[in-house]
Design a protein around this ligand. Structure first.
Ligand code: ATP
Ligand code: MG
Length: 651
């Protein structure tokens, strides 16, 4: 086996064809692929023309200075106008934009007319606070309607926002505020998490002792808890937004005007400020939302992602609103006040399209199917997955238990950097295979290549690259063009390919399977093994809910797979032989080479806010090193728990 290629271990035979009724009325049909391939630029231009332009564009792509792309550069539009005003102008003011559900059970219904009023008020209030086009605004909020309003108000003013996940510490907030030079912070007193108010404002106060340059802090009252107040700097949202005019004229901005900076979760090191601009981004998020989810006017869409993650930007704040969709917005955790909360919300609002992450699905598998089985989920017609490869076992569970075996699953591969869906089935066109993201989205050029940049054959693994620019691509890393070129464009420089950092394989039919980050690839006796396939093999064992596999240095094999495993609730402690049982299971499922050297049963795994496992931290544990930077963990106490739990359990 060649050293430059990733091994292809896991074999999956199941295929699910698109449901006939869905296929018959799908927004896009099979011809879309050929049409887009024949002229990708014209394909995206057509998608861009679905938006409202102040000044229509005449040129599509300017790639004269790679890797710095310009899309639709001589056109002008306003992003917020496209997400809000134009739906009201088209007579859809009464349509619900958001069904908001607070964790304590309070609800709000926000129509597009309401949204327009609030976005205009917030834009006027921000203008009063001195925010102008080009100024940066940091947003540090729970999942409440004001968060989306704040983002859209910034977009309306041409003031790029940077949303910082509400679960991050004051340090993480301070470094992001500093890196992008934010002058205003929008926050709230707090939000509700696991049945109790959880404060946010104190972290802002702390962050601003370390970060200079912020002159105003706009505070939404959500919990009503006491907050410290800095006179002259802090203002209440209800005072300044509540009293502002509901009229605001949206200025048209250049297509390439910066829209936002999103810091990647940092699974791999120092966070990078990914810059997205206006028209190309909006074009691709709006079009992929419509096509990938087959969105229709009467659908109710729910994306469970926090807005502190790119998924909440592209598929809650911008894509669905650009399409005039009705959405659910939920503030809390899936287990508050009970483990059926999500399914209750789906039944209550008749959610038809549901988009979540494999980590959540595996958590529900762990809790058991009795919980979702108690709720009427028959309104669902399309299910989506994002964030990591969905293990075949989790996929079939999702499809059967949540989707009643009728719903197609769209496994969408994309990144903060790509801005929008890149590889995914289309629910009315492409068959689904459990665990595969299938094919590049129409108009997107993805390839799996070897070390030399040559496409691998079917049945082989390698590096995932994007070979042509796309509208929602990142434009740079904020303030660091060199790092942008270096990080994404230097690996396959002579070919001019964007290197995503992920490994992938093509199966016998040429369909794409994501194999995890290449940084996580293990070299076991000269074989390059991906984490994903070994983890999926573990998850296919009936006692296993979640698994993380890392390569730890090994005197005989170079590296050896070490597995961290969470058991399903009904498996108890797994029994005396659990470790041997799981090692054998992996050997049987995918081969002896992948058999873990160690299996450690753990109560939790270290995860980022988007539910991704931080394998570098587990590698530290597996190699008995001190655990590295944990600032981007959703819950930083977990590493202590794992490290302590580890003592004595090693072989
Ligand atoms: P950082 O780059 O700072 O480490 P991150 O990569 O975790 O952060 P995101 O941009 O949210 O931040 O995640 C994108 C990555 O998530 C992809 O590169 C890929 O590894 C993984 N991913 C996302 N969706 C899928 C999917 N459907 N299948 C497989 N992997 C996926
Ligand atoms: Mg990444």
């Amino acid at each position: 086996m060649s050293d430059e290629k990733l091994s292809n271990l896991l074999h999956e035979e199941r295929t699910f064809e698109p449901p006939a009724a869905l296929a018959a009325s799908a927004n896009v049909t099979a011809d879309v692929y050929d049409r887009a391939a024949a002229d990708p630029q014209e394909f995206w231009a057509e998608a861009a023309r679905r938006l409202d332009w102040g000044t229509p564009f005449t040129e599509v792509l300017d790639w004269s200075n790679p890797p710095f792309a310009k899309w639709f550069a001589d056109g002008k539009l306003n992003v917020a106008h496209n997400c809000v005003d134009r739906h009201v102008e088209a007579g859809h003011g009464d349509r619900v934009a958001f069904h908001f559900v607070g964790e304590p059970g309070d609800t709000r219904t926000i129509t597009y007319a309401d949204l327009k009023d609030e976005v205009c008020q917030a834009a006027n209030a921000l203008t009063e606070l001195g925010v102008k086009s080009g100024d940066r605004v940091a947003i540090y909020m729970p999942m409440i309607p004001e968060t989306i309003v704040a983002m859209l108000a910034c977009a309306r003013l041409g003031a790029p926002h940077t949303v910082v996940f509400g679960g991050f510490s004051s340090d993480a907030l301070a470094s992001r505020v500093t890196d992008c030079g934010a002058e205003v912070v929008i926050t709230s007193d707090g939000g509700y998490r696991r049945g109790a108010p959880s404060a946010l404002k104190p972290a802002v106060d702390e962050a601003l002792q370390k970060a200079d340059g912020v002159r105003s802090v706009l505070v939404v009252r959500r919990t009503g808890e006491e907050v410290a107040w800095t006179e002259g700097r802090d203002v209440w949202w209800h005072d300044v937004v509540g009293s502002a005019s509901t009229e605001h004229k949206a200025e048209m901005f250049d297509a390439e005007h910066p829209l936002y900076v999103m810091y990647t979760s940092g699974t791999t090191g120092k966070p990078k400020g990914i810059l997205h601009t206006s028209a190309g981004y909006l074009t691709q998020v709006a079009y992929t939302f419509w096509a990938t989810f087959d969105h229709k006017e009467d659908d109710v869409f729910w994306c469970t992602a926090d807005v502190g993650w790119v998924t909440g930007h592209s598929y809650a704040a911008y894509g669905p609103t650009a399409a005039g969709a009705t959405q659910v917005l939920y503030e809390g955790t899936p287990d508050s006040p009970h483990k059926g909360r999500w399914w209750e919300i789906i039944a209550e609002y008749g959610v038809t399209i549901f988009y979540t992450a494999p980590t959540a699905i595996r958590t529900f598998m762990k809790w058991g199917r009795e919980i979702p089985d108690e709720h009427d989920l028959s309104s669902l017609r399309v299910l989506g997955s994002v964030g990591e490869s969905i293990n075949p076992e989790a996929y079939t569970w999702y499809r059967e238990v949540i989707g009643g075996d009728r719903t197609p699953i769209v496994d969408t591969w994309w990144q903060t950097e790509t801005g929008a869906h890149m590889i995914t089935p289309l629910p009315g066109v492409t068959a689904g295979k459990p665990g595969s993201a299938m094919v590049a989205f129409p108009g997107i050029a993805a390839e799996v290549v070897d070390d030399q940049g040559e496409p691998v054959g079917n049945g082989e693994g390698g590096f995932l690259v994007i070979t042509k620019p796309w509208p929602a691509m990142l434009r740079t890393i904020w303030g660091d063009d060199d790092r942008y070129v270096d990080t994404y464009w230097s690996r396959f420089k002579s070919q001019g390919y964007y290197f995503a950092g992920d490994g992938a394989k093509k199966d016998e039919d040429g369909h794409i399977w994501l194999l995890g980050r290449v940084d996580d690839v293990m070299n076991v006796s000269g074989h390059r093994l991906s984490t994903t396939e070994i983890e999926s093999a573990l998850v296919s064992h009936p006692k296993v809910a979640e698994a993380a596999v890392v390569g730890a240095s090994d005197p005989t094999t170079g590296q050896a797979p070490c597995a961290f495993v969470i058991l399903r609730e009904n498996a108890g402690d797994g029994g005396d032989d659990i470790v041997e049982e799981l090692r054998k299971h992996v050997a049987k499922e995918i081969g002896a080479i992948a058999k873990p050297r160690q299996v450690m049963i753990v109560p939790e795994l270290p995860k980022t806010r988007s539910g991704k496992i931080m394998r570098r931290l587990l590698r530290d544990v597996a190699e008995n090193r001190e655990v590295g930077d944990v600032t981007t963990l959703a819950d930083s106490s977990i590493m202590d728990m794992i490290s302590k739990g580890m003592t004595g359990t090693k072989e």
